[in-house]
Design a protein around this ligand. Sequence first.
Ligand SMILES: Nc1ncnc2c1ncn2[C@@H]1O[C@H](COP(=O)(O)OP(=O)(O)OP(=O)(O)O)[C@@H](O)[C@H]1O
Length: 649
Amino acid sequence: MRQQIEYYTSNQDDVNQSQEVIIQKVQQQIIQNPIEIAWRNLNVQATIESKQVLDGKTKKVKQEKVILNNLSGISRPGQFTAILGPSGSGKTTLLNFLSGRLVTQNLSISGELYLNGEGIQSIEDYSDQIAYVMQDDILLATFTPRESFQFMAKLKLPHKSDQERNQIVENLIQELGLQSCSNTYVGNHLIRGISGGERKRTSIGVELLTDPKILFLDEPTTGLDSSTAKIVVNILKQISRRGVNVVSTIHQPSSEIFSLFEEVLLIVEGNIIYQGEVQNSVQHFRKLGYQCPKSYNPADYFMKLMSEGGVVAENMDEQIVDEQQVKDEFKNRTEAFVQAYNQDLRDTCQIILKDPVQKSQRYMQSFFYQFYLLLMRALTHQMRNKFELILKTVQSIIFAIVFIIVFNNLGSSFQGIQNRNGASFFIAQTQAFSSIFGSIASFSYEKPLYLRERANRAYGSNAYFWGRSLSELPMQIFYPVLFLSITYYSVGLNSSEPSKFFISVLISILTFWYGSSYGFLISILCPKFEVAMAIVPAVIIPLMVLSGFFVTISTIPIFWRIISYLSMFRYGYEAQCINEFTGQSYYSQQGEPINPLEIHDFNTTLTQDCIILFSLGIFVRILCIIGLHFISNPKRPKLAVKQINDSQS
Ligand SMILES: Nc1ncnc2c1ncn2[C@@H]1O[C@H](COP(=O)(O)OP(=O)(O)OP(=O)(O)O)[C@@H](O)[C@H]1O
């Protein structure tokens, strides 16, 4: 057992301690009711739409692309199965199918999936027994590995006491060799944090908290140096020793990493060409006429066999460099491999375990506890994210300075009306813009984390929404208050009554609140931050133009008038204007008293504007809840259920 456990960490003390812990775990924690996962006749096809010029006309053409071609295979408990293959061979598609993360969209999927020999419709029904570690380490930058584990433990282990949860977390930290960095922030490009390997181990740890019986990993070694990648692979091997079924895709493993594998599945252009023990793989290909040279590492040799580049390299002497010849040669070779696999190896994928697997029980914390944890996490994140806090505060101060410079001489003459009009618009526009962009930036950053945690069923979308919304409130009040505290009296805005300042602050907070709701919705609906930023001008500028500052709303076409009812600029600006122009006297150039509000065609009162801003904010936030739910519950395929009989298995 000791010989099997090769475990590397940067800290030798940690290594020794971790080895001891692992040995104990391996001896003690052989999991109950392990799960064998088998798939049969799996076909995945994509429909790809492209534009082609036919008879001088551009037409949409649909093409079918086979991604996985009639695959059958198995992954057993107590085993670390590494899925290898060249880029685009279908590794991730297979892993996503097995883990229930393959979203249908343009894909048609057919095949059967068996857990311990029982045909299932969807692996989602067994979600608490499986875990998935994504290729990117999606963790909260301002949390330490210990805090990340504790947060997940509180959400995912509702029936354990605090003491038990702490014990589980401490064991995990030791098992993963994270003692030396357990209290360091995870970090990101702005916050200094733990190393790439430690981050990967933290990602694995977050998934191990619930003791899953099947652990899927997508390219866990990509981006790591070879010694760190070795640590990760060794940890995965140790996890599998406990009886966990570990399935992982690995992209271009180094020779050292390959030597650590025991069970490999080789996949080329959607076909399995080998599944079995690593040590038998060389012999299998030798029988087919492909002898791995003695000096060669089998991993590199197989990667060559699985690519067209390999055909070119092999036939350099014979000058087979014609593209079509290479393609044909590669096709023939792959077909021969698939045939050999079907004849000699497919039968080794027989189902052995027959113990029924329990469907998931949805034990989750109550809504209020989820909400509380998410609120606390979001507040902690905000407080620790000093860079963002300082940046936004500085932004408000810069806006305030610009405002003071531009509007320092408001005056109460006829020109003063125009100045105050502009000042009212500037205030509304500043609050709207900073809230929309701020909200997009912060949720776009957090969205992958939300999607990962939702895929893990850690909490509900409602609890996340309310926790996040409430956590933003202090800052939604702080930034408008800061801006107006600096500017309001400095430039001489309406101070006829003390309440004028507070009303202006209230309008700004409501404008900010509605704006941030809007930004939140945009970032939910856009798949990426870049897309959101590209879309934002197209969505925001019309709303700004329709504020009533640039054009009189009653004179514009009906369609745009309707759109103006959604504009945060419109209600923010109107309310600021009404607040500014009431309670003070203004005179025309001829010295006659005038009411500046008459030049506008405002048809709402200040109170109505505030109520509308608040109500629109609520309306958009309801859309946000629906959107959050929608993006975290994509349509997943349901499979045909067949019961396997002994001769088939
Ligand atoms: N939804 C889809 N629509 C169209 N093509 C797709 C879709 N999903 C995957 N593909 C294609 O199927 C092939 C296999 O993709 P997959 O991501 O499974 O490969 P991979 O082996 O994991 O590659 P890599 O190692 O580069 O991640 C690729 O050519 C990919 O472009």
